[in-house]
Design a protein around this ligand. Structure first.
Ligand code: NDP
Length: 302
């Protein structure tokens, strides 16, 4: 298959490109810095500035699958109005341009989304059937509009999947930013510690993206979270144990904000999410079902 990936140089994209290359797919990349992307990922890459350029035609030639992961990182500092605009535009406007440029050969469009589409409070368990209300938070608006924009590509020939990703455990993202805090022994519960944290191991997430790209049964929104979400208190204890550090004292909010910027709010919200469609519609087999196994895999040397 010829697969075009945006955001390929990021945390999730790097792992995804490696898996697809191992499986002998032809991977092409769209990046703000094509030369750098091509060198680091060993794949043909094309420069693309979504704000000023159309999608380069060579990148789309004979392309059958697009996987769209690009977007300004949520975890870098304060969400000023300018940054909120960049967070939004780098996902929504770029998706609009990709959809408009879809070649005749395209059969599948897999697009990023996030569990931020759910309300983020309380203990109610949410699945993909949740109806997004009219009054939305910034995160809900972002994910909702991202999915709407992607869904415009759907017609008889093109399948669209939006992957509502949870907190990814691997060598990047939120976990990487939390590690220094835990290594200092300051990684205890945040807030009252009762908020739900919907985690997924990076290997399972990559498998979800691959199946969504290649298995024609996948369509629409799909929650990518493990079947066993935990409360933050349990997460902190398990991570402390995996790192052989105490996780007893609550993490001060200002330290969490230093590490995660405004995205710290996501660690304070409660996302109780189930991967209903992965389990019931697609029979997806998770490699990591329990948090302790996922962390043991990641911190085997610690
Ligand atoms: P990263 O921040 O690691 O990478 C995103 C990539 O997008 C970058 O490598 C970059 O690629 C491109 N990019 C960054 N900023 C901009 C910008 N301002 N304009 C255009 N392109 C930009 O993200 P992840 O790999 O962690 O996540 C991929 C997607 O999945 C993101 O959209 C994210 O919101 C979503 N997601 C991630 C979760 C996680 O836990 N990691 C959870 C839920 C959703 P280049 O420089 O090559 O153009």
């Amino acid at each position: 298959m010829i697969i075009l990936i945006t955001g390929a140089t990021g945390f999730i994209g790097r792992h995804l490109v490696q898996r697809l290359q191992r499986e002998h797919h032809t991977v092409r990349i769209l990046s703000r810095d094509g030369k750098h992307a091509s060198q680091t990922l060993n794949a043909p890459a094309f420069d693309w500035d979504y704000a000023t350029q159309d999608v380069p035609a060579e990148a789309l030639h004979d392309c059958q699958i697009i996987i769209n992961l690009m977007g300004e990182n949520l975890g870098n500092g304060r969400w000023t109005e300018a940054r909120k605009h960049e967070i939004y535009a780098s996902r929504i406007l770029s998706t609009r341009k990709l959809v408009a440029a879809a070649p005749e050969s395209l059969r599948t469009f897999v697009c990023g989304s996030a569990i931020g589409i759910y309300p983020g409070a309380g203990d109610d368990l949410y699945d993909e059937s949740y109806a997004v209300p009219e009054r939305l938070s910034f995160m809900q608006t972002l994910c909702h509009d991202w999915e709407q924009e992607a869904s415009r590509i759907e017609h008889s020939k093109v399948r669209r999947v939006s992957i509502r990703t949870g907190v990814v455990l691997g060598d990047g993202g939120m976990l990487k930013k939390l590690l220094p805090i835990f290594r200092m022994g300051l990684g205890g519960p945040v807030g009252n510690g009762r908020q739900w944290l919907p985690w997924i191991h990076i290997d399972d997430l990559v498998s979800v993206f691959c199946e969504a790209a290649l298995d024609t049964r996948y369509h629409g929104p799909v929650n990518a979270v493990s079947p066993n979400p935990v409360r933050y208190r349990e997460f902190a204890t398990a991570l402390g144990k995996a790192l052989h550090r105490s996780a007893f004292f609550p993490t001060p909010a200002f330290i969490l904000k230093l590490a995660l910027g405004e995205a710290a709010a996501l660690a304070l919200n409660s996302y109780h999410i189930t991967p209903k469609r992965l389990l019931e519609d697609y029979g997806f087999k998770f490699k990591f079902v329990h948090l302790s196994d996922a962390l043991a895999d990641l911190f085997v040397e610690s």
